[in-house]
Design a protein around this ligand. Structure first.
Ligand SMILES: Cc1cc2nc3c(=O)[nH]c(=O)nc-3n(C[C@H](O)[C@H](O)[C@H](O)COP(=O)(O)O)c2cc1C
Ligand SMILES: CCCCCCC(=O)C(=O)O
Length: 408
């Protein structure tokens, strides 16, 4: 983690893209945090797929369309609000691992850039603290249903309602944590000085690795950056109860239960099949987030972009369709919209910004994506988001199959 001095750190001038920022971040990020951030399920095929899929789509620009000014704001409101770009910050847990101000810094950056932010159940700052920092940008509380603890889920919902959140984002792709070898390798345990502050009890997290049975303390053997710091200050401690996600989560019981518990919008995150989009809508979902959880849950599962067109077709405009996974450039936002998404979200790039420069770093990430998206729009001949068309993107095989005659 960088930038603990009194002057706010800034992004060095030689950093020009999110890729450059990622490299800078990796110069300082502690190994255990890096393993957690990059952690993918099993062999990481889906993580790689999430990045590569964007390059399989090529764009076909139109010329001479006076793009001296372009409007990159979304066509429609999302969460009953207008945003500066169809881009939001996806929920990610334990952001203090990247910066002491964690989710508060991210929310403040979202607010100053006028984009939405989703808070993870497993955040290091509370629902209320993050709302204070991010104001109207803090729209969603992401929810994992906790095994045997619906009381805690209800409490979180009530606090989100009272704090002015617009939506509960129910993550449906995680009945159990994925097989994540990176967590085992680094013996991941959230450091002692951090807490899941949405809960009054000092719970252990769902990803904490096994404790050392001799001493009843977590083993630090695979955790050098924790072991080498002052042991009193940073040694991980054995926490009492562990928060476990509910593996029995299902549409019939849980989605309907949640629909009855609150009048907030309910968004369903982690949809990859058109029929699950249909289930979500039947249960009263206000929106769908097409996502494979950044490749962290099920290896070799499809990328969100590849299934997006089928889900958009199934949903047929009944609710908004959002997407995340591997979005790193303004051009990726363009492609997602061309293939039918209403909005896109980013996960890991926010951590790169946090690590390098806290709130300023997250702002830089958003500014960079905005600038890139605007240039891509101009070069594509689109003056506003409504002019982005499906036929402006094509795969190479799709192009060849047109044989020079079809499509144009
Ligand atoms: C470090 C990290 C923590 C995450 N924590 C959560 C979480 O608590 N809840 C959730 O629904 N998704 C979580 N996600 C998944 C993100 O919401 C999002 O789907 C994913 O990061 C998007 O892919 P990208 O990182 O390639 O942009 C997490 C992702 C990362 C990288
Ligand atoms: C059941 C999985 C719990 C994971 C909590 C954080 C998260 O979503 C992630 O690391 O990814």
């Amino acid at each position: 983690m960088n930038g603990t001095s009194s002057t706010p750190p800034s992004i060095p001038r030689e950093i020009l893209s999110l890729k450059d920022l990622e490299a800078k971040c990796l110069e300082t990020m502690a190994p255990m945090v890096r393993d957690y951030l990059y952690d993918g399920a099993e062999e990481g095929h889906t993580i790689r797929e999430n990045l590569e899929v964007w390059d399989r789509w090529l764009v076909i620009p139109r010329m001479m369309r006076d793009t001296s000014t372009v409007n990159i704001t979304p066509l429609t409101q999302q969460f009953n609000q207008s945003w500066s770009i169809p881009l939001g910050i996806a929920p990610s847990a334990m952001q203090q691992l990247a910066h002491p101000s964690g989710e508060k810094a991210t929310a403040a950056a979202a607010k100053s850039m006028n984009i939405p932010f989703g808070l993870s159940t497993f955040s290091n700052y509370t629902i209320e603290e993050v709302k204070d920092a991010g104001g109207d940008s803090v729209v969603g509380l992401q929810m994992y249903l906790l095994e045997g603890r619906r009381d805690l889920n209800i409490e979180l919902v009530r606090r989100a309602e009272a704090a002015g959140y617009k939506a509960i984002v129910l993550t449906v792709d995680s009945p159990v944590p994925g097989n994540r070898p990176g967590l085992i390798k680094s013996n991941f345990v959230m450091p002692k000085h951090m807490r899941f502050r949405n809960f009054s009890e000092d719970f252990g997290g769902p990803l904490d690795q096994a404790q050392d049975t001799q001493s009843n303390q977590p083993s630090v053997a695979g955790n050098p950056e924790i072991a080498t710091e002052s042991s009193q200050e940073t040694a991980v401690k054995s926490r009492g109860n562990q928060l476990i996600v509910d593996p029995s989560i299902n549409w019939e019981r849980d989605m309907k239960w949640l629909r009855e518990v609150t009048s907030l919008e309910i968004w369903v995150k982690g949809i990859l099949h058109p029929l699950d989009a249909e289930e979500a809508i039947a249960c009263g979902a206000s929106g769908i987030m097409v996502s494979n959880h950044g490749g962290r849950q099920l290896d070799t599962c499809v990328s969100a972009l590849d299934v997006l067109p089928a889900i958009v077709k199934q949903v047929n405009g009944r609710v908004p369709v959002h997407i995340d996974g591997g979005i790193r450039r303004g051009g990726d936002i363009f492609k997602a919209l061309a293939l039918g998404a209403d909005f896109v979200w980013i996960g890991r790039p926010v951590w790169w910004g946090l690590e390098v420069a806290g709130e300023e770093g997250v702002k830089w990430v958003i500014q960079t994506l905005k600038r890139e998206f605007e240039v891509v729009m101009k070069l594509m001949g689109c003056r506003n988001v409504g002019e982005i068309r499906r036929e402006m993107v094509v795969t190479k095989s799709g192009l060849l199959s047109m044989g020079g005659s079809g499509g144009f």
